[in-house]
Ligand binder design. Structure first.
Ligand code: 5GP
Length: 181
């Protein structure tokens, strides 16, 4: 028995559901970028599991890179102050880039990342997010590919953490409030 399971109040998406949705997104991206060689930029740390499954559902040549940002510290509410912890290595000037993010809450992190990467003059920028919480947006949010919409609850697993824990859960679940209140 996985002891982390006891900290979860409900499983939102199990492994099977996540993989099925990622295959659909992968097919769409492969179609849209036929004949191109896009750079997938995974946002660390939360987006690394999603990125690793997503790229294996892509049937065209691609490159990958990572940008590490932090905005939450050890809490569950976004500070809005985004810090770059690790920059990209690939020169993305004139490249087609696809930003791969774990979850959109207020939308502030994604806006910061998009603005930051657009300064490198890529040929195009598209955004792929695994989860979106539409009720939590504090600004207008736009992206191109999304896995699932969820309600305004704090979720963990499949790369998403609370205080660096739970990233290795194979599913996405709601963390019991007593774990952080
Ligand atoms: P935003 O700037 O949109 O408020 O927050 C985006 C970032 O906050 C995400 O990349 C993610 O790291 C973190 N985040 C937002 N909501 C959740 C959540 O429900 N669970 C976890 N583990 N992280 C979240």
């Amino acid at each position: 028995m996985n002891s982390m399971n006891c900290d979860i109040s409900a499983v939102l998406f199990d492994e099977h559901k996540i993989q099925a949705r990622i295959k659909e997104i992968g097919c769409r991206i492969s179609e849209e970028y036929k004949g191109k060689n896009p750079v997938f930029i995974g946002i660390l740390k939360g987006g690394f599991v999603f990125l690793s499954d997503l790229i294996r559902s892509i049937s065209i040549p691609i490159e990958i890179d990572f940008l590490a940002v932090s905005s939450y510290g050890a809490g569950t509410v976004s500070s809005g102050a985004v810090k770059i912890k690790k920059d990209i290595d690939i020169d993305i000037t004139n490249r087609d880039i696809i930003i791969v993010e774990d979850i959109v809450d207020s939308g502030l992190t994604l806006q910061y990342i998009r603005d930051y990467l657009e300064k490198h003059d890529p040929a195009s920028v598209k955004i792929c997010v695994l989860l979106d919480k539409p009720e939590a947006h504090k600004i207008e949010v736009s992206y191109d590919f999304v896995g699932f919409n969820i309600s305004n609850e704090f979720v963990v697993g499949y790369g998403l953490d609370f205080a660096e824990r739970y990233r290795n859960l194979p599913y996405i679940g709601i963390l019991k409030e007593e774990m952080y209140s």
